[in-house]
Design a binder for this molecule. Structure first.
Ligand SMILES: N[C@@H](CCC(=O)N[C@@H](CS)C(=O)NCC(=O)O)C(=O)O
Length: 209
């Protein structure tokens, strides 16, 4: 297997899940400027979108879209408990959470990475981002350790990466203390530390989408 990634980007959630599962996987960093990978592959030949993550299986199949990749990995390893069993009500609710993370939380950060936001445009984008973070804060405020309760899941791998961007972009987490505590908890996991180390980020605290 080979994971195409960018250090600190959402591909890190797949990296964390692979580490949770103990699955051996090569990492191949994609250069943002050239689109070439460190092993010399033109990333567009692997993903027409040009964005990470992409997971190449041993038979050459390339899986795209982070939440789809992570569900594939979790479902192939049901004993891991990284996702509720398919076709259950619990899974339907979990899918809603994954979809919310991908389409609402993740994408509320994207303008800050892609655009030079100023004035009222920046304020409006920050309003959207803050309202999504507020919702995450409310979810965690009942004392649960992880997003769905007491067990770590693929949703936590993803939320950990996304919420790290708040620090990176200079927003900080003071307004979201439960999110801050949650991030500290998740950051202690061996899988997370291994993924950060593999991306060269363990001591730097750097991240980028
Ligand atoms: N819908 C995609 C979005 C992936 C995405 O936004 N990838 C970002 C990093 S988080 C990316 O590669 N952006 C292009 C770049 O950084 O050059 C998914 O969820 O996998």
């Amino acid at each position: 297997m080979r994971l195409y990634y960018k250090a600190g980007a959402c591909s890190q959630a797949v990296n964390i899940v692979l580490q949770e599962l103990g699955v051996r996987c090569d990492l191949d960093a994609v250069d943002r400027a050239t689109g070439m990978t460190e092993s010399g592959v033109d990333f567009r030949t692997k993903s027409p979108h040009g964005y990470v993550p992409a997971l190449e299986l041993d038979d050459g199949t390339v899986l795209l879209e982070g939440v789809a990749i992570n569900q594939y990995l979790a479902d192939r390893n049901p004993a891991s408990g990284l996702a509720p069993r398919p076709a259950t009500l619990e899974r339907a609710e979990f899918n809603a959470l994954l979809n919310w993370l991908a389409s609402e939380l993740h994408k509320s950060f994207s303008p800050f990475f892609k655009l030079k936001l100023e004035g009222s445009n920046r304020a409006a984008a920050l309003d959207v981002l803050s309202s999504r973070m507020d919702r995450l804060e409310r979810r965690l405020s009942d004392g649960r350790a992880y997003l769905t309760g007491h067990a770590f899941t693929i949703a936590d791998a993803y939320a950990f990466v996304i919420t790290g961007w708040a620090e990176r972009l200079g927003f900080g987490l003071a307004r979201w203390p439960h999110v801050a505590a949650y991030r500290e908890r998740v950051a202690q996991r061996d899988s997370v530390r291994a993924a950060l180390r593999a991306e060269g980020l363990l001591e730097q605290g750097a991240a980028g989408a």
